[in-house]
Design a protein around this ligand. Structure first.
Ligand code: TXA
Ligand code: MG
Length: 339
């Protein structure tokens, strides 16, 4: 299959909408990461997403919508809490899980009785949903297990020959995938941290939001994941990544002492003047949003450099930084060392 990369002009958008209506898979930009989109009501189309990504069939997809009316067709009921969150954070990087109505293809929900939905804010994503008139199932547009793509060229790297079309939309503003919260149980639970924080959700809901254990801990062998995606290895570059919990000074000292062939630093901008090893920067120390925006492209840069052993500065674990920590932990296969 030939993969075409098109601009998000009227011709490109038309082509994307047309292919989606025909049951094809199209990579589209969103404000978080690029998504691999298909008609969420067409089981055959959705199956092509799983095939293109090499994604396990039991890992459900997020459905992207452009209106509350479209949401109402997908879920049993839009509850008061759900509507409050949507009013506060949509369009934007928040995914809300509710019991489903049965109108999406069963492949989307992977056998669960719930469905994950979000309304993206990226104008290109919105235009493609509106022009196709379809709710779009879309996981991140990477091969299963590799870092989510924040630029069209990374989508091309992973998806060349696997899908017919990629729509160019520049680099993604947020850089990590949406916050996922489930409202399907007794209490709201944060399943995946993102740019919208637990504290922001609690301020709107006026109640406590629990955090799923798998956000910061490895699932035990016999544990059932609240969100199936959490049990899979994720975001891994080819290098072995280790997170170092240390001050900036101790971190740089450690790396300079281990300046062997293949060793590289995944560091903050502030560390650069003190490092004598190859490095890739992911944001500024006190600016979690900048870390989120740069993390996935930094992981891909490390591969391009041929790094074998990567030592990463440890992000904070609150607010937006929790999203960064959660992704980096998986990239590091939970290897965290305190210096
Ligand atoms: O920002 C994003 O959310 C991006 C862009 C493209 O919108 N999409 C994305 O999709 O990250 P994906 O498939 O890579 O991640 C979806 C996550 C997975 O961890 C999956 O297990 C979980 O959401 N999920 C989806 N439906 C679920 C459900 N019904 N119950 C629990 N978890 C669900
Ligand atoms: Mg993903």
């Amino acid at each position: 299959m030939q993969t075409q990369l098109v601009q998000a002009d009227s011709v490109g958008l038309q082509q994307a909408a047309h292919l989606l209506q025909q049951g094809e898979v199209v990579a589209i930009p969103t404000e978080t990461v690029y998504g691999l989109a298909a008609d969420a009501t067409n089981g055959q189309a959705v199956k092509k997403i799983f095939a293109a990504k090499g994604r396990p069939q039991d890992n459900p997809l997020i459905v992207h919508i452009d209106s509350i009316d479209m949401w109402k067709t997908l879920v049993k009921e839009v509850t008061a809490d759900a509507l409050a969150l949507a009013k506060a954070f949509w369009p934007g990087p928040l995914t809300i899980i509710l019991p489903h109505s049965g109108s999406a293809a069963p492949e989307v929900c992977a056998g669960l009785d719930t469905i994950a939905v979000r309304m993206p804010s990226h104008p290109v994503a919105r235009a493609i949903i509106t022009q196709s008139g379809l709710p779009l199932a879309a996981p991140s547009a990477n091969l299963s297990g590799s870092p989510s793509p924040t630029e069209a060229r990374y989508v091309l790297e992973d998806m060349e020959g696997r899908i017919p079309l990629i729509v160019e939309g520049g680099s993604c503003e947020v850089g990590v995938e949406s916050t996922v919260v489930t409202l399907a149980g007794e209490q709201p639970v944060l399943l995946r941290p993102g740019y919208i924080t637990k504290e922001q959700l609690e301020a709107v809901l006026q109640k406590e939001v629990l955090v799923a254990g798998a956000v910061t801990q490895m699932l035990k062998a016999d544990e059932i994941a609240a969100s199936p995606g959490m049990k899979y290895k994720h975001y891994a570059p080819k290098a072995q990544v280790t997170i170092l919990q240390a001050s900036g000074k101790d971190y740089c000292d450690y790396l300079n002492k281990h300046a062997e062939q293949g060793v590289a630093a995944l560091c903050y901008e502030e560390d650069v003047p003190y490092l004598k090893v190859p490095y890739v920067v992911y944001g500024k120390q006190e600016d979690a949003a900048s870390q989120a925006k740069e993390l996935f492209s930094a992981l891909r840069h490390l591969d391009e450099m041929g790094a074998k052993e990567v030592y990463a500065r440890c992000p904070a674990t609150e607010g937006v930084a929790l999203a960064v920590y959660n992704r980096l932990l998986r990239a590091a296969a939970f290897r965290v060392v305190q210096l």
